[in-house]
Design a protein around this ligand. Structure first.
Ligand SMILES: O=C(O)CCC(=O)C(=O)O
Ligand SMILES: [Fe+2]
Length: 394
């Protein structure tokens, strides 16, 4: 399915929202997890540096801006050869980055390099307005009830604060109003800088003309923490069937709708396993998110069943969490200005497994029905075989 298939009625044709096709965008991220498998140098040297308690103590990479997601460095570290394990962190980063770049296909490699140069150009020139946004401080960012549920980290604690108005769509209060305001001001500040410097920035994906990629101007580390510490625990409970427990990279951006911005967003699926969509504000009319059932690649254009139709109205600070393959779109924002923060969370493990099991997806509404009908048919056949009507004798 191409990224530009948008013909036909808005609700019957599905489009995959992909990153900007001209550069790496999130593709550099989606390529990185594959590299995990390909780095035979690392995998073959599975000796670990041990402390006196026989535990491997990996370095932390969270405070850095790196070419690949920070979590990839943390998870690769244990596969480093013994001589590297005793090196300092910068040497390890260089070693791992070199290997990952070397194992990317040539086109991917140069795209990843170009994207990394692009980010560096922005982050060395752009002056953030609110530095405190760039390190995630949970009490500044989240409402207390959300924090409490995350700290308790049980299905019950999540169910206390999260509602599921339609199967697979989870809604909860998440962000503090003051945090939303700071984010809106930061985005305005970034766009002012873009306007003044005439720097050509890449938009979040092929379907949005406006909005910005948060990862590109320094918020990637903060968003990594958001995914790992706050979204993955929830996804582990509600989306384990699509790799919710193993989310390991993300694409973070904002979309903007209203006058002089995008109007609506066509029917599509995201390039993510789990999507977090949280409204930052502000005053607007319209912009409802419409959902039409979850589908695998094979069934993406099949009809919507009545119980799969659901419309959600955005409220500032409130988050929606859904599978990336849950078909959706956004209606026109008819008045005012709407800004939403999106975090497309991905799992390299799930993507790898999916390449081996293409025939049936438990989470796909259509696969599920096919399987159920198949079961009914085989039970019927068995019943007919076992209970053949006896022939009456003359
Ligand atoms: O505008 C919205 O709330 C939806 C955005 C969305 O689905 C996306 O960017 O993938
Ligand atoms: Fe989407």
């Amino acid at each position: 399915m191409s990224s530009e298939q948008r013909e036909g009625s808005q609700e019957t044709t599905t489009t995959t929202v992909e990153g900007n096709g001209t550069i790496a965008g999130q593709n550099s991220h989606s390529a990185a997890p594959t590299t995990l498998r390909a780095t035979s140098t690392m995998v073959s040297c599975q000796r670990l540096r041990l402390n006196p308690n026989n535990e491997h103590r990996p370095d932390s990479y969270e405070d850095l801006q790196l070419d690949f997601p920070n979590s990839v460095y943390s998870s690769l570290e244990k596969y480093l050869p013994p001589n590297m394990l005793v090196s300092n962190r910068d040497e390890k980063i260089k070693f791992m980055t070199d290997i990952m770049l070397r194992h990317l296909p040539h086109g991917e490699r140069s795209r990843a390099q170009r994207h990394s140069d692009y980010r560096l150009k922005i982050t060395t020139n752009y002056q953030p307005l609110h530095k405190e946004l760039y390190t995630l401080v949970p009490t500044v960012c989240f409402v207390p009830a959300f924090l409490k549920a995350i700290n308790e980290n049980t299905e019950e604690s999540f169910r206390n604060i999260i509602s599921e108005p339609s199967p697979g769509v989870f809604v909860f209060d998440m962000l503090q109003p003051s945090f939303c305001e700071m984010m809106l001001a930061e985005i305005d500040n970034f766009e002012r800088w873009v306007g003044e410097t005439k720097f050509r920035i890449m938009r979040p994906n092929t379907m949005n003309k406006y909005g910005a990629v948060l990862d590109d101007f320094g918020l990637d580390t903060m968003l990594d923490k958001l995914m790992e510490g706050f979204i993955r625990p929830i996804s582990k409970v509600f989306f384990s069937d699509v790799g919710g427990a193993t989310l390991d990279s993300h694409h973070g951006f904002v979309v903007e709708y209203g006058k002089d911005r995008d109007v609506d967003l066509g029917f599509h699926v995201d390039d993510s396993e789990v999507t977090l969509n949280v409204c930052l504000g502000n005053q607007f009319v319209g912009g409802e998110l419409f959902f039409r059932g979850t589908r695998c690649e094979k069934h993406v254009n099949t009809a919507t069943k009545a119980d799969e139709t659901y419309d959600y109205c955005h409220i500032p600070g409130q988050a929606v969490l859904h599978r990336g393959r849950h078909r959706h779109g956004a209606r026109a924002t008819t008045c005012g200005h709407r800004v939403n923060m999106l975090l497309w969370c991905r799992s390299s493990v799930f993507r790898e497994l999916k390449t081996h099991h293409k025939d049936f997806s438990s989470w796909c509404g259509e696969c599920f029905c096919e399987k159920r009908d198949e079961k009914v048919r085989s039970i019927d056949a068995l019943r007919k075989k076992l209970f053949k009507p006896r022939q009456t004798q003359a």
